[in-house]
Design a protein around this ligand. Structure first.
Ligand SMILES: [Zn+2]
Length: 268
């Protein structure tokens, strides 16, 4: 069985109805979460949330627009690296980072975890790694957050063993098994939000949990099958795939066997 430890590393604010049409015009805080996954005597970190590197890399130039569109609130004491330290876990104690996708609020802390492998979608990484300037901004990708030795540390999920999922995880049928996790951590594509966007099924003592990253910003999105606003669609990688992923989460939720955790849920 695996265990999950939840961290919140800063948050950004948005108008509610941008994330969920009809939710009104109040300003809501969207926490940037990360999770430590422990299984089979090993530990992994799922995403990093914000880190001071995000401010450093978006202070000027075109990427300063990113910060204006999503105002970020972050104190260095909230970095996941610092919070892990409070649990007695050093970066070198982690087997690897797992990156759900390459938006800035998920990879801002990469530089706090030098040398260790990074598990991600190889296709997702290939689609963003050369982006700079306006094309980077349009994909919410901040190139300066990527460590110089990143390419040599990438472990693409596409090379992991594929396994058939238990019926209670329907409509999901196959996944990539995280090596060393005794099949307690199973990675699945959740396409649409960003290139190579990943989710993970985690088998815990309390049953299956899915880390669904940014497949939705509110549980109401998949429960009521409500996509985000037209404005939010502008930053989505693939609208049709996003809605198909939302439909699959809807069915998974209705099945009642899996607790779905979204990175930014809470406000709506
Ligand atoms: Zn995202």
């Amino acid at each position: 069985m695996a265990t999950l430890t939840t961290f919140e590393a800063g948050y950004c604010t948005h108008t509610a109805c941008v994330a969920l049409p009809g939710a009104g015009f109040r300003t809501c805080a969207f926490p940037a979460r990360a999770w430590m996954i422990a299984a089979g005597g090993r530990r992994w970190l799922w995403d990093t949330g914000y880190a001071s590197h995000f401010h450093d890399c978006t202070r000027s130039g075109l990427l300063a627009i990113y910060r204006k569109v999503t105002p970020v609130y972050f104190d260095p004491s909230e970095s996941v690296a610092r919070q892990l330290g409070q649990h007695g876990v050093r970066p070198v104690d982690l087997d690897a980072l797992i990156v759900s996708h390459f938006h800035g609020d998920h990879i801002a802390g990469l530089r706090d975890f030098p040398s260790i492998p990074v598990i991600c979608s190889g296709a997702g990484w290939a689609s963003v790694r050369a982006l700079r300037g306006l094309s980077a901004l349009r994909r919410a990708f901040v190139p300066g957050l990527i460590p110089e030795d990143f390419d040599s540390r990438v472990r693409p999920v596409e090379r992991f063993e594929q396994v058939t999922l238990a019926p209670e995880l329907a409509p999901f049928t196959t996944a990539w098994a995280l090596p060393g996790s005794n099949d307690d951590v199973l990675l699945v594509p959740l396409p649409g939000h960003a290139a190579g966007h990943l989710g993970a099924f985690i088998r815990t003592d309390g049953g299956w949990v899915m880390l669904a990253a940014d497949a939705a910003w509110s549980p109401r999105s998949y429960r009521e099958l409500r996509g985000p606003s037209a404005l939010a669609y502008a930053i989505l990688e693939d609208r049709r795939a996003y809605l198909e992923t939302l439909r699959k989460l809807h069915l998974l939720d209705r099945g009642g066997h899996v607790r779905i955790l979204l990175t930014h849920e809470g406000a709506l």
